[in-house]
Design a protein around this ligand. Structure first.
Ligand code: URA
Length: 184
């Protein structure tokens, strides 16, 4: 399936641009679906909530990440994607997983978390070792987690410090996995 021409669901009638994943690295951040700014430019997380997410990533020196969304086209009015839209779009995510081979997957927000972590229930901001995510089951160790969606912090600024604390904890756990013999 060539993603640039995807017409698998009716979001193709209203989208401006398909928003493919971008970035490099073995950490994959998975959002819900593009918003207005992303739909216009075709890049994930570049609107207001994207600014928060990207600022947190740079604060934590976690710039080597691949950022994508569960659904690649904007749902009108930023509504949640329907089950059918998610199902039709999952093959794109599966391709991204098999091509990028992440060993850490962080769901950003409840919608992404419920779709990829259904059987694996890590605590928010804590890594959990799992065998697979969807049909992606690598031969190396795979970890998953989830954080609040930064859009929630736009509505409730108190969540910003929770989001920051969760990212800080995740960064520490990621560094521990990468450098298992370093005592911090
Ligand atoms: N919210 C998301 O979940 N993804 C984006 O790309 C932008 C906002």
């Amino acid at each position: 399936m060539i993603i640039k021409e995807c017409k698998e669901c009716k979001l193709s009638n209203t989208r401006n641009k398909i928003v493919c994943g971008e970035g490099k690295g073995n950490i994959l951040l998975l959002g819900e679906a593009p918003g207005k700014a992303e739909d216009m430019l075709g890049t994930p997380f570049i609107g207001k909530s994207g600014m928060i997410l990207r600022k947190l990533l740079s604060l934590m020196s976690l710039e080597e990440v691949y950022i994508t969304n569960l659904v690649k086209c904007r749902p009108p009015g930023n509504r949640n994607p329907t089950e059918e839209e998610v199902d039709k779009c999952l093959p794109h995510l599966s391709n991204e997983l098999h091509i990028n081979k992440p060993n850490i997957i962080i769901a950003v927000g409840r919608v992404a978390a419920t779709h990829i972590l259904d059987k694996n229930q890590p605590k928010r901001g804590v890594l959990l070792k799992v065998n697979n995510v969807l049909d992606y089951s690598p031969s190396f160790n795979l970890y998953v987690s989830h954080i609040y969606h930064p859009a929630a912090a736009l509505y409730n600024p108190q969540l910003l410090s929770v989001l920051e604390a969760d990212m800080r904890n995740l960064t520490k756990e990621i560094n521990d996995i990468r450098n298992p013999h370093t005592i911090s």
